[in-house]
Design a protein. Sequence first.
Length: 102
Amino acid sequence: MADQPLKSAYELAMERLKAKDRSEGVEESGPLTQEQKKRIAELRQEAQAKLAELEILHQKNLAGTRGDPDEVQKLEENYRTDRARVESRLESAIARVKRGED
């Protein structure tokens, strides 16, 4: 052990995560192909466009509330829910691409 350099907290954490994955039977995927990278980039671009659209609609809706706090709170909740839904779908789609299902 004396001849090995000390590992950073990051390296130790990564080793623990890899060991946990192996014990749970999670397979480690190899490097992504160019096609997978291209598809993931397309998915991210589509998600960014959708998020921009949601932002624009949210700002428009906020302008129409005339300062009603209850209405603003409801719109904020809906906006957060919609953003989370888009982000969740993106992560699911990326995971499918990485598994080779898309």
